[in-house]
Each structure stands twice: as C-alpha cells, then as structure tokens.
Ligand binder design. Structure first.
Ligand code: SAH
Ligand code: SF4
Length: 386
C-alpha cells in the first residue's frame, strides 16, 4: 500500500501547478484538478472525466483528497450546524455553519488547542496540541460546502434570495474564529485563505473571508501584504494592565503596537474598517470607565466594535455581563460615534461556542456531567457581523 499519498487539499494554485508540472502534465491540468476537487467536491479521480486516462491512473496511485474525519454532527433548531473533527491523539477541533437570510457562514478552526491561553476561552484552557495542515483547514470548507449542498434540509433553510443560493453555493462567508490563533499557524492558513479566494476553488470575496486574531502584530503586517482579507482583532480590554491578564499575548505586543498595526492594515483591508471583538465579562471589563478608555484608545481609527456575550465555562471563574450592562456599555460607545454591535447568540441547543464542544470531548472522564452541561448552558457561536 502507498502510505505517503499526496493530499491535493494541501495545494493552493501555485503548489498545484508545481505538482502537476512534476508529473509532466500541462499547466491547465492544475486548474482542472482544482475545479474538480474544490468546486465539484470530487475526491475520486476516476470521476474526473476530462483528465487523460494516463493522468488519472497516475493520480489514483499518488494522490488523495482527504479531510478530517467527523466525530460528531449537531444540528440546532435555528439551523446552526456544528461538526466535531478528529485530529488524532485524542484531540478534536470544531467547525460551525450558521445559515442566515442572506448568507451562509462557516466558522473554521486553525489549530488543535491554542497556546495564547486567554482567560475567558475554553480552547485556551485546553492548551496547544498542534497546528492544522492546509488540507485540514481548507478541508473544513471543502467538506461543509459539499456535504451541505447534498443536504436538502440545509438548502431549504436558506432564503430564496440568499446570495449563496444564486451562486449555487451554500457557504458565502468564512470566519477563522474556531479553535486556534490563525496567525500563529501562518503558512498553512495562508494557503487555505488563497484557496478560499481562488476562482478555480471557492471564489469567495475578500470581504467575506475574515481572519480573527488576538494580535500577532508582525503577522498582521504579513497578511496585509500576502492576502489582505477582512480583519477582526480580539481586543477584550482597553488598557495593557487588564489585557495582559485576559490575553497574555498582550505582554508581547502591547495595545499601542496593536492599534498601530491595525492602522497599517487598513489601507490593504477589503473593508474600510477593522472589527474589534470584545467579550463582555461581568465586573472585569464591562464598567463605564472601560468604555471611556476604549473611546480614547480607538479614537481616529476606522473600526467597528462587536460586543460578545461571554460563553461561560466552569474553569474560567468568570461570568457573562448582564444584558442591561451590555446595553449601557454599548450606548456610551455609540454616543462617542463608535459603531457598536452586540453579537446575538445562535445555536442555543448545541454547544456552539469557541472550543466548547471539543473541550467536552477531550474531557472524557465524566460523560453525564458533560451532557448535562451541554443541555444546560446557553451558547454563542462566532460569526461575521453585518
Ligand atoms: N484566536 C483567534 C480566533 C479564534 S477565537 C482570536 O482570539 O481572535 C474567536 C473569538 O471567540 C475571539 O474573539 C475570542 O475572543 C472569542 N471567544 C473565545 N472564548 C470565548 C467565550 N468563552 N465566550 C465568548 N467569546 C469567546
Ligand atoms: Fe486562542 Fe483565540 Fe482562544 Fe485566545 S481567544 S486562547 S487566541 S483561540
């Protein structure tokens, strides 16, 4: 048996061209292959009928198209769908699909676990296991898109006017807001992003692909050059003292540097603003004084602020800010002309939150407690704001 097959999902256009050239095939074969794999979702080379038979024979021996195996598949009443994917060694990552009237958004993971270890994040609490390969990242979109296309229920849930319906696609937006810090797995994420945008693959608009980062400053600069997609920055605190504690990466890249990096990114960004995410933690970062500090911090920067209801988990020792507090906090910012939205919760009957379900699976010790917790808690999924 050939144990070292080439997974075609690992290749962006340039790498696919190299691969095809290595097999002495003409360059246009690379484009054909990408269309078969990414646009039509075909993994069996025997079905790629416009490729020469000899080429198909070579591919059948050398290549494969394999995404991460699905361990669990949950469907919430509101149509939110969540898959748990096996990355080996007892670890799992998740992806979430969120259908809305005018779009279908997939939330994708970039790492198994995360080394940044934010205090409010259950992925961070699990520690870092490993980086995902390009195939494992783009494979999430590949699987979800083609799986959902064949699912009449998924299609039916989309509005007739939905942009995705018109294009024959189910997924119109991708957010890198699942598990992991995308900019700490830069090379693999870059290949996956290029495939998301490539017209021979998914052809998504740059505006509809969002990288969310806790603030890896040098990599934000590289992304601006290499593949400037929409950028979301996880802020969570208006000053360095508090942010050092909530997002430990801040000890390396302080707020002044982070805001300057956002400023440098803007001329390359497909939208004329940066989105800041701010997880509302009761009594920690949700006071009037924090809102006022935020106003000073963000002064002069084209941005939108997205307030996220905290999705609680026991080990964090933190609580979600009451809705009235979130409203007051948002009002202070809006009064200062900062566009502020409050993220709605979705997928309430599944554990659709950053790291939540994967965390539950890893903790195999107490199944009943885990199931009880999943039933009990309210959940937030990450998705692109309007
Ligand atoms: N590592 C990247 C992307 C993945 S996290 C980042 O931090 O931006 C995606 C978003 O989920 C981030 O804004 C993160 O702060 C938020 N998040 C993490 N844990 C959360 C929780 N328990 N409740 C609500 N939002 C959370
Ligand atoms: Fe990592 Fe993002 Fe979670 Fe922080 S919030 S631990 S950066 S996944």
């Amino acid at each position: 048996m050939n144990t070292a097959r080439t997974n075609l999902l690992n290749f962006d256009a340039a790498k696919m061209a190299e691969y095809v050239a290595g097999l002495n095939e003409k360059p246009f074969r690379a484009k054909q292959l990408m269309q078969w794999v990414h646009q039509r979702g075909i993994s069996d080379v025997a079905l790629m009928t416009d490729l020469a038979k000899s080429f198909r024979t070579t591919l059948a021996e050398d290549a494969e198209v394999v995404s991460l195996p699905v361990i669990q598949d949950h469907w919430a009443d509101d149509g939110t769908r969540k898959w748990l994917l096996d990355v080996g060694a007892g670890n799992a990552v998740e992806m979430v699909y969120i259908p809305e009237d005018d779009r279908g958004t997939l939330c994708v993971s970039s790492q198994a676990g995360c080394a940044v270890n934010c205090r409010f994040c259950s992925t961070g609490h699990q520690g870092f296991a490993r980086n995902l390969t390009p195939a494992e990242i783009i494979g999430q979109l590949w699987f979800a898109e083609h799986h959902l296309r064949q699912d009449p229920n998924a299609i039916r849930r989309l509005d007739e006017d939905c942009a995705t319906q018109q294009s024959g696609r189910v997924i119109s937006n991708v957010v890198m807001m699942g598990m992991g810090e995308p900019l700490l797995n830069y090379e693999s994420v870059l290949i996956a992003l290029r495939l998301m945008l490539d017209d021979h693959a998914y052809g998504l608009s740059r505006r509809r692909v969002t990288v969310s980062t806790s603030g890896v400053v040098p990599m934000m600069d590289r992304l601006a050059q290499d593949c400037p997609v929409a950028l979301a920055v996880s802020l969570h605190a208006p000053n360095d003292t508090l942010r050092n504690e909530l997002v430990p990466l801040n000890q390396k890249y302080q707020l002044k540097e982070l805001i300057a990096a956002c400023d440098r990114y803007l001329p390359f960004a497909p939208r004329d603003f940066i989105t800041f995410e701010y997880c509302m933690l009761d009594g920690v970062n949700d006071q009037d004084q924090h809102a006022k500090e935020l106003i000073r911090l963000l002064k002069g920067l084209h941005c939108k602020l997205n307030l996220i209801p905290f999705n609680p988990f026991p080990e964090s020792g933190l609580k979600r800010s009451p809705p009235a507090r979130v409203k007051e906090f948002a009002q202070i910012l809006q009064d200062a002309q900062i566009v502020t939205t409050v993220r709605k919760t979705r997928g309430d009957d599944i554990a659709a939150a950053c790291g939540q379900l994967a965390g539950d699976v890893i903790d195999r010790t107490n199944r009943n407690q885990r199931q009880e917790r999943a039933m009990r808690s309210e959940h937030v999924v990450q998705w692109q704001e309007r």
